[in-house]
Design a protein around this ligand. Structure first.
Ligand SMILES: Cc1cc2nc3c(=O)[nH]c(=O)nc-3n(C[C@H](O)[C@H](O)[C@H](O)COP(=O)(O)O)c2cc1C
Length: 188
């Protein structure tokens, strides 16, 4: 079965470790799994008045992509032991009820991985996403975890992943995630 996954990183930083990990995930995705790297750049702060008057194009375009995909992959940094505000803000916009976002996420398989500068490797942020997935009635992949800590030892100064073991672990994680997506593809 051919699977299409939309992948988002929760960092806007040039040289972001999480953005880099997302691109490597696309490279190591197994045969039959296409990971489309997309961006939350351009999504403004959530504002219900803006939503009613002129929904942002960046939100509508991304919603269309997610609606057409079999799954969503979030590559999440960790800020203050939780989800970075910019990333949660983007998902809040995408899930907007008036824009039909709640229907896009319902029953959609979702995975979350991440990399951080500290040794905890986004374990807290990944746990913090779980109630969000539950609220959106998504299907979280819980079969395996990928926490990448100590980023400065695993990426070069340009943000490129140099650690072969992490690349291998990511390939294994992607294979497991793709299998989960194939088994749980959204109906209709
Ligand atoms: C406001 C702020 C809070 C942070 N809190 C955490 C944290 O709780 N745990 C952690 O592992 N790293 C934390 N970090 C460090 C991030 O892991 C580090 O900045 C990382 O590079 C962010 O991901 P990026 O490279 O994809 O931008 C924090 C960084 C910022 C800016």
């Amino acid at each position: 079965m051919a699977i299409s996954v939309v992948g988002l990183s929760g960092s806007l930083r040039k040289g972001s470790f999480n953005e880099s990990l997302l691109h490597v995930a696309a490279e190591v995705a197994p045969d039959g799994c296409k990971l489309r790297v997309r961006s939350i750049r351009g999504i403004p702060l959530y504002d219900a008045d803006l939503e009613a008057a002129a929904p942002p194009e960046a939100v509508l375009a991304l919603q269309k992509e997610i609606a057409a995909a079999d799954a969503l992959l979030l590559v999440s940094p960790e800020y203050n032991q939780s989800i970075p505000g910019v990333f949660k803000n983007a998902v809040d916009w995408l899930s907007s009820f008036p824009l039909g976002g709640d229907k896009i996420f319902r029953d959609l398989p979702v995975g979350v991985i991440g990399v951080s500068a500290m040794w905890s490797g986004t374990i807290n942020a990944q746990s913090a996403w779980l109630p969000v997935f539950r609220g959106l009635a998504m299907k979280p992949y819980l079969g395996d975890t990928l926490y990448v800590g100590g980023a400065r030892d695993k990426f070069d100064t340009g943000g490129t992943l140099t650690d072969g073991a992490t690349r291998k672990r990511l390939a294994g994680w992607m294979a497991g995630f793709a299998g989960f997506v194939a088994a749980n593809a959204k109906q209709g």
